[in-house]
Write a protein that binds this ligand. Structure first.
Ligand code: AMP
Length: 187
């Protein structure tokens, strides 16, 4: 099968996790989630996990250096059929990804953005917090994650737009409709 590397982007609460699983399965892509990799390190109690946990609990970003090394490692000897979930999140990570793929003789196929307006996001995150009985601490974390997204990750939209790779999808529709809309923009 030919190379395909798709990046799924969207603010916290946009439904990225659900769509990432569906997209990976539907297109036979390996889902590479830096959040999952970090959580596995936290569970295993590795030195990396111990450092990352503090940052993740606060809703901050783990350093570019750590993330890029982790991704580089993960891509070794793997077919380039990837669905990237939660990476890249910064300009430095996006540039490192482009370099890494170029070294491997490939390039990013598309960056799909799940668009959800902010009022709706806050509503979703609040009802999720209420359902899961999250503490104020977690609400503070969520707010911080949204701020970090706006400041560090949103500028990547311009980066991918300039490369002609950005595809926007309305993230407010039903789960099935969003899945269909993603297939549509990728066809
Ligand atoms: P996620 O499951 O993708 O929402 O990631 C959970 C947390 O892991 C984030 O809030 C960050 O603290 C950290 N993290 C995941 N991916 C990255 C990344 N690409 N760069 C920096 N931090 C990350």
């Amino acid at each position: 099968m030919s190379h395909e590397v798709i990046l799924l982007m969207g603010p916290p609460g946009a439904g990225k996790g659900t769509q990432a699983d569906r997209l990976a399965q539907g297109r036979s892509l390996f889902k590479l989630s830096t959040g999952d990799l970090l959580r596995a390190n936290v569970r295993a109690g590795t030195p990396l996990g111990q450092r990352a946990k503090v940052i993740m609990d606060a809703g901050g970003l783990v350093s570019d250096e750590i993330i890029i090394a982790m991704v580089r490692d993960e891509l070794r000897n793997r077919p380039l059929r990837l669905l990237l979930d939660g990476f890249p999140r910064t300009r430095a990570q996006a540039e490192a990804l482009d370099e890494l793929l170029a070294e491997l003789g490939a390039s990013l196929s598309a960056a799909v953005l799940l668009e959800v307006d902010e009022a709706e996001l806050i509503k979703r995150l609040q009802s999720r917090a209420a359902l899961e009985g999250r503490s104020d601490d977690n609400e503070a974390t969520i707010r911080n994650r949204m701020r970090v997204y706006a400041e560090q990750t949103q500028p990547l939209l311009d980066y991918y737009q300039a490369q002609g790779k950005l595809r926007r999808v309305n993230g407010l529709a039903s789960i099935d409709e969003v899945t269909a809309a993603i297939s549509e923009v990728l066809s």
